[in-house]
Design a protein around this ligand. Structure first.
Ligand SMILES: *Cc1c(COP(=O)(O)O)cnc(C)c1O
Length: 248
């Protein structure tokens, strides 16, 4: 067994610093164009497929929030990063099986991908047992309403997958805090159309749940559009860390 390195090579650090500078400049330009303050937008660095040392290096460069989409990868990575004395906020952003809830609530500060009443209940049970304060939850919404893919369904009266029942389940759970919404622009949609639709859904949700102010939208390819439509969190992977070797 080889020891995993505890710090990145200088070349990698420089690469990450350059990526971060580019992404921060894009966020600042998008905020300026939208008349928003840069402080309104949190950059979540999506570190999936990249090693713990990259997370540690990014934290050293000022990144406060990181995102992961698979528990099998994220759980050991969070342990390794904590072992290096670094404690970013971990956002879980991927499809989540209920049997992984108990693992995820140990390291995640935010789960952005809750899209069913049953998943909310499983997270509530796990969070109540394992954590000493509530878990922040964003309800993932489906912008195109395709029930075959992830996301709660706005305006659909489905007791399990409808947005209103899912949001109510999260809001009513002692172990969870309803913080807002997350979405991915559907393939084939103009980002502006997708994020304008999301902004309407988010405004309607805030009418019922005034504390649910977070809107997580925008990735490497479309963060400008998301910020223009009010995103409070952008989830950026490849523009920051490089192209991933595999889909993930
Ligand atoms: C991978 C991923 C991202 C980041 O995507 P990039 O295009 O690499 O910026 C954002 N959100 C989710 C849900 C992801 O799975």
């Amino acid at each position: 067994m080889t020891d995993s390195p505890t710090t990145v090579r200088p070349e990698r650090r420089a690469e990450l610093a350059a990526g971060l500078a580019r992404v921060r400049a894009r966020v600042a330009d998008a905020c300026a164009a939208a008349g928003r303050d840069t402080g309104e937008v949190t950059l979540v660095a999506v570190t999936k497929t990249y090693p713990a040392v990259d997370v540690v290096a990014l934290a050293g460069l000022g990144v406060t929030d990181v995102g992961e989409n698979r528990d099998q990868e994220a759980a050991p990575k969070a342990v390794e990063v904590a072992g290096a004395g670094v404690t970013p906020r971990w956002h879980f952003i991927g499809r989540l099986q209920r049997n992984k809830a108990r693992s995820v609530v140990r390291y995640a500060d935010v789960v952005q991908s809750v899209d069913s009443v049953r998943l909310a209940a499983a997270l509530d049970t796990a969070a109540s047992e394992v954590r000493d304060r509530p878990l922040d939850v964003l309800v993932q919404v489906s912008i195109d309403g395709d029930p075959a893919r992830g996301g709660a369904l706005p305006g659909v009266a489905d007791p399990e997958r409808g947005l209103d029942p899912v949001a109510a389940a999260v809001a009513g759970a002692a172990g969870l805090r309803l913080a807002g919404l997350m979405a991915v622009a559907p393939l084939g949609w103009e980002p502006d159309r997708a994020f304008a639709r999301l902004a309407e859904v988010a405004a309607r949700l805030r009418a019922d749940h005034p504390g649910a102010t977070a809107v997580s939208a925008g990735m490497s390819g479309d963060l400008e559009s998301a910020i223009n439509h009010g995103a409070t969190h952008v989830r950026v992977g490849s523009a920051l860390l490089g192209m991933r070797p595999t889909l993930g």
